[in-house]
Design a protein around this ligand. Structure first.
Ligand SMILES: Nc1nc2c(ncn2[C@@H]2O[C@H](COP(=O)(O)OP(=O)(O)OP(=O)(O)O)[C@@H](O)[C@H]2O)c(=O)[nH]1
Ligand SMILES: [Mg+2]
Length: 411
């Protein structure tokens, strides 16, 4: 068994008492007292209904919430036979450390399948637990990513970078590589625990892209679970996604170095097996303030000019300068320009032209710029039109331009 490093005494005592489990649902949290009870209740129902013969547990891995999140979990009724732990992990503060504690508990209990779901989900239903965990327990999958429809203003990091890059680099059409709700085997959890990443951004919001990328690159069988709509406490991309962006994309870039031998030779895209039905429908809307995102592009271009001069090619630097100079009315940030900007940043990260944190800080304003462009392109579209005309168009552009990145990588 792996060494236990992030578990407190209460969690260790609980493990000694429960001893083993077949299926675990892990729920990371930080200040989610208002929403987590629903998630725990639905997880309990899902385990009871779809895994009646399995020994099951729910583990809330909390970041020391001051709002009583853990007590809410303890006071939520679950079906008889489902064990519940609400504990505070130790280590670097972040979602990844919360997951590490869940992996350690899964390993200690010898769990065969593990499901993780976010604590701010409002659209979760019991069947999610089956779709994410069933293929692991019963069909030999190693990793299940979620497939759901999100509002066009939600998931801007996914739509603008983690989806197009994952698909282009590794050749697998995983639509929600950082969706947060996953199923995985005990085997992969034990492998993740052996990796020396827990002092990096993987311990924070880098965890999702790291799990998905390593699952693909290490050859685990990957599937997607049709989960319908994702409705959660979504953040306005104009105001609160900067740090998350740096952590996710910095992790994606460092994985590009690790798995270069793999992705440099990938040229086509394979579909991912679907569990359940293709999602449909229109989720509730997420607000976005375009004027704020454009202002962040302009301010950031100016304040990061010395970094951008080292990172961007002259052509791309000129292009984003022209984009920033257009007024909100006619603002556009073409996907081609964005793809080439992303490639320039990936190369700068690999070649260490500046310290990683400076590179990522200089990229955030450009992400705001592309987000404003995406919101403008999506204007008047429903979820289905947005998927077809904006998201799928952009991923095809990344794939078409991949040879430009490959040619520069080993220069
Ligand atoms: N334990 C712990 N959990 C965290 C921490 N940060 C986030 N989480 C949990 O991780 C899950 C996802 O976080 P969210 O902030 O909802 O992020 P998201 O939904 O991926 O991102 P958005 O699309 O921007 O809303 C939630 O269950 C959070 O409670 C943390 O520092 N510690
Ligand atoms: Mg959320």
């Amino acid at each position: 068994m792996n060494q236990i490093t992030v578990l407190r005494d209460d969690a260790r005592a609980w493990i000694d008492q429960v001893r083993s489990a077949d299926v675990i649902v892990g729920i990371p949290s930080y200040k989610n007292a208002a929403t987590i009870s629903h998630v725990v209740q639905v997880a309990g129902e899902g385990l009871d209904k779809y895994f009646p013969d399995a020994k099951a547990a729910i583990v809330n891995s909390d970041g020391g919430s001051p709002d009583g999140t853990r007590d809410v979990v303890r006071n939520t009724p679950v079906p008889a036979g489902v064990h519940v732990l609400a504990t505070e992990y130790q280590g670097l503060a972040g979602k990844g450390s919360a997951f590490r504690a869940i992996f350690e508990i899964a390993a200690a209990l010898g769990a065969k399948a593990c499901v993780v779901v976010d604590s701010d989900l409002r659209s979760i239903t019991p069947v999610w637990i089956d779709r994410l965990g069933g293929p692991i327990l019963r069909e030999g999958f190693g990793y299940i990513a979620p497939l759901y429809i999100r509002h066009k203003h939600d998931g801007t990091i996914t739509n603008n970078i983690t989806y197009p890059m994952t698909r282009m680099l590794y050749g697998l059409d995983v639509r929600q590589p950082i969706g947060g709700d996953f199923g995985f085997s005990g085997e992969i959890a034990r492998w993740w625990l052996t990796q020396q990443v827990w002092e990096t951004d993987v311990a924070r919001y880098g965890i999702d892209i790291w799990m998905t990328t390593t699952a693909i690159a290490e050859g685990f069988r990957v599937g997607q679970a049709g989960l319908g709509l994702k409705v959660h406490d979504a953040k306005d991309p104009a105001s609160s996604l900067g740090p998350m962006f740096s952590q996710v994309v910095g992790t994606l870039f460092s994985l590009m170095r690790r798995y270069a031998d793999l992705w440099l030779s990938v040229r086509s895209v394979q579909p991912v097996p679907l569990v359940g039905e293709l999602p449909q429908g229109e989720p509730e809307s997420v607000p976005v303030t375009v004027s704020v995102t454009i202002a962040k592009l302009r301010d950031g271009l100016w304040s990061n000019s010395r970094s951008l001069d080292k990172i961007l090619s002259a052509e791309q630097y000129r292009a984003v300068g022209d984009i920033a100079a257009t007024d909100e009315e006619s603002f556009a940030f073409p996907a081609e320009t964005w793809a080439r900007v992303v490639f320039d940043f990936a190369l700068a990260y690999k070649n260490e032209v500046l310290p990683a944190d400076q590179i990522m800080a200089a990229m955030v304003p450009l992400y705001y710029g592309r987000t404003a462009g995406l919101v403008k392109e999506a204007s008047g579209m429903n979820a289905e039109e947005f998927e077809r005309h904006v998201v799928q168009t952009q991923v095809e552009i990344f794939l078409k331009l991949k040879p430009e990145l490959v040619a520069q990588w080993d220069e």
